[in-house]
Write a protein that binds this ligand. Structure first.
Ligand code: ADP
Ligand code: MG
Length: 625
């Protein structure tokens, strides 16, 4: 008897954690494979990036990504974008943004923003969770149905505690186990391996779709700290599109009446034409600005040269440099102190941007990696390290702003200074202000200013149960703890009597643990169901295409297939039709029949390919092949 050799699956090469860049405009995932980070490119998403856009249909069905973005023109009121701007914010924080949003936004009693769509309210956390679900789901599926629950998620360096917590909650709602929340510029620096340089100061220039961020980081023995951040939350690639759209509108003004010029559809078309032209100009000396609206008979074409474009957008580029100057001033640095410059964001592909940054810092910026992939790649490296992967280094971030408490008279007592390396904690002693005071109200503040009213309040809580005693006798210890994700927990204890009270704070504009639990439990309004409904609609469409393609080619190749194969194909088609026509779509069943149909039609595909090959070879002599 001989031995049978077993092919043992090597677990080490299978990816087990991913990094997710949850962007304002686009999101994407990367993982560690064969010793390096790679972007996961699902078939449905082309280059791997998924538009951070959500469409809610009248029946509550949710589409996420490309399909949702396509709805922006036809159904703008229910197409939700830029949700990252709302994360962990209250309605007062986003007044500026609201002006440009076509969908209605309100605030609930806890100060959590709600986006209204078809009578249903969605929090930014839920909406972000839908994007995360889509990114995560496509990534897992494109890796052969792998179940990777653990992920590192990136946020801007300036995100405060509430915004980070909101991101974490979104991931939780999406069923993702968050290994760590890290800063986008830190991730980008990791992707370039800058953590391995002994010491230096890094400038990360991130020009995305709608935002600009400049972050100055210092790196010392593998530890990153944020020296300063600056930027403009309303400056990005969109502005460059609008500049070109403006050119098109000027030209169109000669053809159209003022009424026709006011058509929102025309504006949208001009913007899209602007973006297309802009992108072409990143690799070519001239490109066409081409607006067509067949329904209204609009047709406009104009050639734009790179010189013309550079001049048109020079003021926008200059504004990014103003932010760079400010960031340097805040960190008390000169451009020449910067040892590395890293380019992040799709808009840094523009040659005029690269030239301006090179000129400003006096050194060639890093552009070797794909600028819209670097953040996800860095997050994947970090995820790999956190699950015990090889590249050993200690990665730390710092608190971007000081944290403290409001004291009597509206002053601020800082407990954790800004730029403290996290995780960190600090404890301060407080006492009562009045005789027989049995409770203390704490107001947790974030910011550098001296007065509470000038800082941002992260939340309030009350410590009760202090035994009555004269003022100044009670000893209340308040502990601030910032964990490795930059998330703050505040607890307090009355020490003189040994009485304890532990409190968890409810950040303003954030979700309570109960609220998250409720959302998770609430199957009726559960975002996952809406998401699955959207996915099911996608699967039904995919099945329809597969069935049509099979039916079309079957007659031609039938004679080459054996009876069993034909029976399998017919059976799979019937099962697919039944699953697609079901009153209540069943995601698992749809996926099953899709896979079934794919397997059943493999021999058919083989015969078709064979036919194509034969045709291609026909008439050629052997030597040519
Ligand atoms: P965000 O971080 O805001 O999600 P991205 O980093 O994905 O954004 O950048 C999106 C922006 O990059 C869009 O404005 C897009 O037009 C722009 N962009 C993408 N490719 C190019 C290109 N080849 N040339 C110029 N701009 C580009
Ligand atoms: Mg980005």
């Amino acid at each position: 008897m001989g031995y049978i050799e077993l092919n043992v699956l090597n677990n080490e090469t299978s990816p087990q954690a991913m990094g997710i860049d949850l962007g304002t405009t686009n999101s994407l995932a990367a993982t560690w494979k064969d010793g390096r980070p790679v972007v996961i490119k699902p078939e449905q998403a082309g280059n791997g990036s998924i538009p951070s856009v959500i469409h809610v249909a009248e029946d509550g069905t949710v589409l996420v990504g490309r399909q949702a973005r396509d709805k922006a023109m036809v159904d703008p009121r229910h197409t939700i974008f830029s949700i990252k701007r709302f994360m962990g914010r209250g309605i007062a924080d986003v007044q500026e943004e609201l002006k440009s949003f076509p969908f209605p936004v309100t605030e609930d009693e806890n100060g959590v923003i709600q986006v209204q769509a078809h009578g249903k309210a969605y929090t930014p956390q839920e909406l972000s969770s839908l994007i995360l679900m889509r990114v995560h789901d496509l990534a897992c599926r494109s890796m052969g149905g792998a179940e990777i629950q653990r992920a590192v998620i990136t946020v801007p360096a300036y995100f405060d505690d509430t915004q980070r917590q909101a991101t974490r909650d979104a991931a939780r709602l999406a069923g993702i186990d968050v290994l760590r929340i890290i800063n986008e510029p830190t991730a980008a620096s990791l992707a370039y391996g800058l953590d391995q340089s002994a010491a230096g100061t890094i400038a990360v220039y991130d020009l995305g779709g709608g935002t600009f961020d400049i972050s100055l980081l210092s790196i010392e023995e593998g530890v990153f700290s944020v020296l300063s951040t600056n930027g403009d939350t309303h400056l990005g690639g969109d502005d460059f599109d609008r500049a070109l759209a403006g050119l098109a509108m000027e030209g169109l003004a000669e053809q159209l009446s003022p009424e026709e010029l006011n058509d929102p559809g025309l504006h949208q078309a001009a913007r899209l034409a602007g973006e297309k032209c802009k992108m072409e100009l990143s690799t070519r000396p001239e490109a066409d600005l081409h607006v067509v609206l067949p329904e209204s008979g609009v047709h406009f074409r104009r050639r734009v040269t790179i010189e013309e474009f550079d001049e048109l957008v020079a003021p926008l580029v200059e504004r990014t440099l103003d932010s760079c100057r400010q960031a340097l001033a805040d960190a008390e640095l000169e451009p020449s102190d910067i040892s590395e410059v890293v380019m992040v964001g799709g808009s840094t592909r523009m040659p005029c941007v690269q030239a301006a940054v090179e000129n400003f810092f006096g050194r060639l910026p890093h552009t070797e990696l794909n600028p819209d992939e670097v953040v996800a790649l860095g997050a994947a490296i970090q995820a790999h390290i956190l699950i015990g992967g090889s590249r050993d280094l200690l990665l730390m971030d710092v608190t971007p702003l000081s944290l403290g408490l409001e004291t009597v008279g509206g002053a601020v007592s800082k407990i954790i200074a800004r730029n403290s390396t996290i995780p960190c904690s600090a404890t301060e002693g407080f006492t009562t202000y009045a005789d027989n005071q049995t409770g203390i109200e704490f107001n947790i503040l974030q910011g550098e200013r001296e007065l509470a009213k000038d800082c941002r309040s992260l939340g309030q809580f009350k410590l009760t149960g202090i035994p009555p005693m004269p003022a100044g006798l009670a000893r209340v210890a308040v502990r601030f703890h910032v964990d490795a994700d930059g998330i703050l927990t505040v607890s307090s204890r009355e020490e003189s009597t040994g009485a304890k009270a532990s409190i968890s704070i409810t950040p303003k504009n954030g979700l309570t643990d109960e609220a998250v639990e409720k959302m998770l439990a609430d199957s009726l309004t559960n975002a996952r169901e809406d998401f699955e409904a959207g996915r099911n609609v996608g699967l039904v469409a995919e099945l329809g295409t597969m069935i049509r393609a099979t039916n079309k080619s079957l007659p031609d190749v039938e004679e080459h297939l054996d009876l069993e194969t034909l029976a399998d194909i017919r059976e799979a088609i019937e099962a697919s039709q039944a699953a697609s026509a079901a009153k209540v779509l069943d995601g698992k069943e749809l996926q099953r029949v899709r896979d079934l149909l794919e397997r059943a039609t493999m021999p058919l595909a083989a015969v078709l390919m064979d036919g194509v090959a034969k045709k291609a070879l026909a008439g050629k002599s052997l030597r040519d092949v």
